[in-house]
Design a protein around this ligand. Structure first.
Ligand code: BV8
Length: 253
C-alpha cells in the first residue's frame, strides 16, 4: 500500500469490494469538473453571469423569453470547457474502468470531459453543450460557436444547445439504461453531485434499494450521505486516484 495519505482514506473493505465487483456504476455531477476550473451550479456564478441563477437560465421559458442571453451563457460555458482539460478525477474513473470487469459511467454534466479523459461510452443524462439542435424539431444542426444566436439552416428558427433544461424530460433511452445499471450493480459511486436534481438523484436510491453498496465522493455532505455505506470526504481529483491506487494494490496481491 503506498504511503499516499489519500490512499489511507480508502477503507480496506471498499478496495476489496471494488476488486470483487461484477458491475460498478459511476454517477457524476458538476463537482467532478470543478478541479478543471468549471464552476458547479451551486457555486456563485462568476463575472458577467453573477447576476443570474442557473435555474433561471437553464429553462425553456428563459430561452423563449430571451434566446440571445441564454445562447451567450452557453457560449461562455463552451469557452470554459474548450480552455480546460479533464482533471485527475476524470482520468482516474477512466483508469478504474479499465481495471474493472464491467462498469457504467453516467453523468449529469454537459461538458464532455469524461469522453476526453478516455471513458467510452458515457451516458449523458443532461445532454452535451458541444452539440446544437434546432429549437423547433430538436434535430441536430452543425455546431455553431460564437455569441450570436444562430438560425436553423432548415427552418430558420432559433438553434439551442443539445441539453436538458429544468422542466424538460431526460432522453428516455439514456435514463432507462442508467436505471437498469443502477438496479443491477453491486457498487454505486456518486461523485461530485449535490444529489438534489431529479430524476438523476434517484439512481443512487435505486441501487441501494437493489442491495448495492453506495459510495459517495464529495467534500461536503449531501442528502445521499446518510444512505451511503462509505463517504469519502474530499475532492474527486484526490479520492478517485487514491481509489485507483488501492484497487491496483489489491489486484497486485
Ligand atoms: C424533469 C443541463 C420532468 C443544463 C441540468 C422529482 C422528479 C422529477 C423531477 C423533479 C423532481 N423534483 C424536482 C424536479 C424538477 C427538476 C429538479 O430536479 N429540480 C431541482 C432543482 C430540485 N428536474 C427537472 O426539471 C428534470 N426534468 O424532471 O422533467 C418531465 C418528464 C416528462 C416530460 C416533461 C418533463 C431535468 C433536470 C436536468 C436539468 N439540467 N443540466 C445545463 O447544464 O445548463 S441539471 C444541472 O444541475 C447540471 O447537470 C448539474 O450536474 C446538476 C446539479 O447542479 P450542481 O449542484 O452544480 O452540481 P451538482 O449537483 O453536481 O453539485 C456540485 C457538488 O459537487 C456539490 O455537492 C459539491 O459539494 C461537490 N463538489 C465541489 N467540488 C468538488 C465536489 N465534488 C467532488 N470533487 C470536487 N472537487
Amino acid at each position: 500500500m503506498t504511503g499516499d495519505p489519500a490512499a489511507q482514506a480508502i477503507p480496506g473493505g471498499l478496495a476489496r469490494a471494488l476488486s470483487a465487483s461484477r458491475l460498478v456504476v459511476f454517477l457524476t455531477g458538476a463537482g467532478i469538473s470543478a478541479e478543471s476550473g468549471i464552476p458547479t451550479f451551486r457555486q456563485a456564478m462568476t463575472g458577467l453571469w453573477s447576476r443570474f441563477r442557473p435555474e433561471e437560465l437553464a429553462t425553456p421559458e428563459a430561452f423563449a423569453r430571451d434566446p440571445e442571453t441564454v445562447w451567450r451563457w452557453y457560449a461562455w460555458r463552451r469557452g470554459l470547457v474548450a480552455a480546460t482539460r479533464p482533471n485527475a478525477g476524470h482520468l482516474a474513473i477512466a483508469g478504474l474502468q479499465r481495471h474493472l470487469p464491467a462498469s457504467v459511467l453516467v453523468t449529469q454534466n454537459v461538458d464532455g470531459l469524461h469522453q476526453r479523459a478516455g471513458s467510452d461510452p458515457v451516458l449523458e443524462l443532461h445532454g452535451n453543450i458541444g452539440r446544437s439542435v434546432c429549437a423547433r424539431d430538436r434535430r441536430p444542426v452543425a455546431q455553431a460557436d460564437g455569441e450570436k444566436l444562430p438560425a436553423c439552416p432548415r427552418c430558420g428558427g432559433p438553434v439551442r444547445p443539445d441539453v436538458v433544461w429544468f422542466g424538460e424530460a431526460l432522453p428516455a433511452g439514456v435514463l432507462e439504461q442508467a436505471r437498469q445499471a443502477a438496479r443491477r450493480c453491486d457498487l454505486f459511486f456518486s461523485v461530485g453531485t449535490s444529489a438534489v436534481v431529479y430524476p438523476a438523484a434517484e439512481l443512487a436510491e435505486l441501487a441501494a434499494g437493489a442491495g448495492a453498496t453506495v459510495v459517495e465522493i464529495n467534500p461536503e455532505p449531501t442528502p445521499l450521505t446518510r444512505r451511503a455505506r462509505f463517504h469519502l470526504q474530499g475532492p474527486g481529483g484526490v479520492m478517485l486516484p487514491a481509489l485507483l491506487q488501492s484497487l491496483e494494490d489489491t489486484q497486485r496481491i
